[in-house]
Design a protein around this ligand. Structure first.
Ligand SMILES: Nc1ncnc2c1ncn2[C@@H]1O[C@H](COP(=O)(O)OP(=O)(O)OP(=O)(O)O)[C@@H](O)[C@H]1O
Length: 245
């Protein structure tokens, strides 16, 4: 087994994954560099969510390897994967799953409090992120009192507030209209860049991939197109250089 390159925060090789016998990934190899904003595009059903799930330790792979910071993820137990997700990863899905009993500010402060932050620091960070996401006015309201697009902005604030090393975003702008999509993606990408977070963004809309440093495309469970899977090793250095990687 060869070790992943040092500057890749995530590294996957030959991932195969099926859902109840339906193949979703058919041998995906990919490296994500530390601090990179990477977009994974592809049509509906091409395997984007499954790839994000495998990279973010939500789903165990059927075959292949996934590494995070040079440590294997594919060999972790379920509890180990859960710990990794809780401690190191942030996640924004296409539906905002907020705690209904908590206000917006409490929802955003929650991961910080669980990570051991003091009450004052957690609440002031939460207020700051709500402001950045343009939903300060929602701070003391509960999810049921808000519209879907406000809830989604709060979910984005909650994912970013603890500044996890890697944020996974699976079609995060699905509930938003076009202008808000651009604003939220701009905030996600700029927060990632200013805090040196790695952002892995899945979207079926190639337009939205313009916020990324690099885009890879999935079709039918395979990486395709002009942007090939990231290769490593001496022989690959020239190929990657030509491809601007
Ligand atoms: N829980 C599941 N059970 C059965 N099949 C599934 C499941 N999740 C995904 N699939 C199938 O796996 C394949 C890849 O799905 P996946 O959701 O990863 O694609 P996607 O590119 O993210 O699609 P979308 O853009 O619609 O979210 C599809 O054929 C899909 O129907």
């Amino acid at each position: 087994m060869s070790a992943p390159p040092d500057n890749d925060v995530l590294w996957a090789r030959g991932i195969v994954k099926s859902h109840h016998g339906t193949p979703a990934l058919r041998g995906v190899s990919l490296g994500v560099r530390d601090g990179e904003v990477l977009a994974i595009t592809g049509p509906r059903g091409s395997g984007k969510s499954t790839l994000l799930g495998c990279l973010s330790a939500l789903l165990p792979v059927d075959e292949g390897e996934v590494w995070f910071n040079s440590s294997p993820v594919h060999t972790l137990s379920r509890a180990g994967r859960e710990r990794l997700r809780r401690d190191r990863f942030g996640f924004v899905g296409s539906e905002p799953h907020l705690v209904p009993e908590l206000t917006a500010r409490e929802n955003v402060a929650l991961p910080l409090l669980l990570a051991g932050a003091g009450h004052k620091a957690a609440y002031s960070a939460a207020a700051e992120w709500l402001e950045r996401l343009d939903v300060s006015e929602c701070a003391t309201r509960r999810p049921a009192e808000l519209v879907q697009s406000q809830r989604q902005r709060i979910a984005v604030a909650r994912a970013l507030a603890p500044l996890p090393p890697v944020v996974f975003a699976d079609d995060p702008t699905a509930p938003l209209h076009r202008e808000a999509q651009d604003q939220v993606l701009r905030i996600l990408a700029s927060a990632a860049r200013s805090h040196q977070l790695t952002l892995v963004l899945a979207t079926h809309d190639p337009e939205l991939a313009r916020y990324a440093d690099r885009t890879v495309s999935l079709v039918d469970g395979r990486l395709v197109g002009p942007i090939a899977p990231v290769l490593h090793g001496t022989a690959a250095t020239a190929v990657n250089a030509v491809a601007g990687r």
